[in-house]
Design a protein around this ligand. Structure first.
Ligand code: SF4
Length: 549
């Protein structure tokens, strides 16, 4: 009980924004605006071809097109399953809001739970993919949706939606491309093969598996793709689909803005108190506790708040303070540019990791925990770049580049302890330096904090802040399990049963007990060397003795 209490207190004192981000991403925190009525006029662009084949555009005003009431009623009964994996960790608010805007109830949008060892053991036997754990574990999540979430006849799943995300928007600019890892983009299709090869698990259950490709960094194209995917399936009009996409992007904006507001709070606090925060450089799905092996929690327990790349404020005016030198030397075009260290940047999650390293290298109160999955081909080119940045700045750094299904608890503990020792020394050094600060410097720091508080307030409107505050309080109030045990488990009374003996235990069987030997008579006088009376002795029995068991 004491451990549970301590765990929940820690959440508030040293906030773990990786954990919060992983919860918030899958929560219904944004109530989308209602679909416009049929008599509402909207702006549109009409396209037609001239006689010479040229595309002509004309701005028009027309009425919003709505689907009929019967279609809307049907949508209210649909249930959609989505695996909690890969880049859904950064895009789930968009997809959830899309479906909610179209009238699918929030509780009918079902995400599989976070990865656990039991889930993996139970559902990862359809093996057809073996590059890295984040992609391998997907089959366990689909298995969970098929066998647990799909509960006919009362609660069947109508669809499992696992989009093949090929491109993701990024805050890093400019970039050569915003592609996702090919493994991420290909896994939905590979999973389809795994679950339909011998038996079609989806057809058997009447579930429509939707694994179409989507490109999130071109909104107009993405709108077209989503309408092609869902138009007929949900009986919606293109206007409805487009409206729902805009609502989805608004949810994503609020998600990012909330994380940045929390991140700014942490950064200002550690700077004011001359302490350290730990920035996790990882891919969005390293927020999954089954992928990060609880490493961020270990550091949180040692008193270090945890930051994520998403939670670092991206306001260029705020960042200018840390990237001042780069601007002055002209090495980059702004604080969100990474071409000075990686000109050939093309992968969204990779460039964001490199940018995170650049930020940590410039902020004295930020240390780094770099997480990568074993066999990650997309992280490999960033190892050297991140290492160079961090080594040059002498930022405290721990790399865990081989995360896999197995949790090496012993070696992990040693590495956490060793790094914690480094962090402690670094923090003491920060405090020594602060003690030598002059009164003028202290006043400047105080004034700067006031300005930052004002900037923080500008990140979101007051109604948005109230909504997000509720989400954060719900996260704090949510009880955390310790070793899978919750307070309610400790209050239960368990019947005391006699111990159960497992007769199938893996131990060598006892030798058979010999209790009758044909022909053996008590009192027979066996002599030395008389084994089964094979040799001549005076016992007088047959030498073909049998053993009865
Ligand atoms: S980026 Fe790395 S960890 Fe992520 S899916 Fe690709 S190979 Fe796997």
């Amino acid at each position: 009980m004491a451990l549970l209490k301590k765990r929940n207190e820690l959440k508030e004192k040293y906030v773990n924004l990786l954990e919060y981000e992983s919860r918030l991403a899958f929560q219904a925190f944004y109530k989308s605006e209602p679909l416009p009525a049929e008599n509402i006029e909207i702006d549109d662009v009409e396209l037609r071809r001239s006689w010479a084949g040229k595309v002509l555009r004309r701005r028009v005003r027309r009425l919003f097109r709505r689907s009929d009431t019967a279609a809307a009623e049907r949508r209210a009964d649909l249930r959609i399953g989505i695996p909690r994996v890969l880049n859904l960790y950064s895009t789930a608010p968009l997809f959830r809001t899309y479906f909610e805007s179209l009238g699918i109830p929030s509780e009918n949008i079902c995400f599989s739970p976070a990865t656990s060892e039991e889930m993996y053991r139970e559902g990862a036997k359809y093996g057809s993919i073996d590059p890295c754990y984040p992609s391998k574990v997907v089959q366990a999540h689909l298995h969970y949706l098929l066998t647990r979430t799909h509960q006919p006849p009362e609660k069947p799943l109508n669809f499992i939606f696992f989009p093949a995300i090929t491109h993701l928007p990024t805050f890093v600019a400019p970039v050569m491309d915003s592609a996702t890892c090919p493994i991420v983009a290909g896994t939905p299709n590979v999973m389809k093969a795994a679950f339909t090869k011998e038996v079609d698990f989806f057809a058997e259950r009447g579930i429509d598996y939707v694994d179409s490709a989507v490109t999130l960094d071109e909104r107009a194209y993405f709108k077209r793709q989503m309408f092609e995917i869902w138009g007929e399936r949900l009986s919606i009009t293109e206007d409805e689909s487009d409206f729902a996409i805009d609502q989805g992007f608004e949810a994503l904006r609020r998600f990012n803005s909330e994380m940045q507001r929390r991140g700014l709070e942490v950064l200002e606090r550690v700077e004011g108190e001359n302490k350290l925060a730990l920035l996790v450089l990882g891919r969005p799905y390293h927020a999954d506790p089954g992928q990060n092996h609880g490493l961020p929690e270990d550091f949180q327990a040692l008193g270090y708040p945890v930051l994520t790349i998403r939670s670092i404020p991206k306001d260029t005016a705020w960042l200018a303070r840390w990237f001042k030198e780069d601007n002055e030397t002209g090495a980059t075009e702004g604080p969100l540019d990474i071409r000075d260290v990686w000109p050939e940047n093309y992968s969204t999650n990779s460039v964001q990791k490199v940018w995170g390293a650049k930020f940590a290298a410039r902020h004295p109160n930020v240390a780094v925990l770099d997480l990568s999955s074993f066999k990650c081909g997309h992280d490999a080119p960033t190892y050297g770049i991140i290492n160079d940045i961090i080594t040059t700045s002498k930022t405290p750094y721990l790399a865990m580049h081989d995360l896999d299904a197995n949790k090496p608890a012993g070696s992990q503990k040693i590495r956490v302890r060793t790094y914690a020792y480094t962090l402690q020394h670094y923090q003491e050094m920060l405090q020594d330096r602060a003690a030598r600060m002059s009164e003028l410097e202290r006043n400047v720091a105080r004034r700067r904090q006031e300005l930052v508080a004002a900037r923080q307030a500008s990140f979101s409107s007051s109604s948005e802040r109230i909504e997000m505050e509720q989400a954060f309080q719900a996260y704090l109030a949510e009880e955390e399990a310790v070793l899978g045990i919750r307070a309610e488990d400790l209050q239960k009374t368990y019947p005391s049963l006699p111990p159960r003996f497992d007769f199938t235990a893996d131990v060598a069987p006892l030798p058979p007990e010999i209790h009758a030997i044909t022909g053996w008579q008590p009192g027979n006088n066996h002599s030395r060397g008389c084994s089964d009376c094979a040799s001549s002795c005076s016992c007088g029995t047959s030498n073909r003795a049998t053993v009865a068991i």
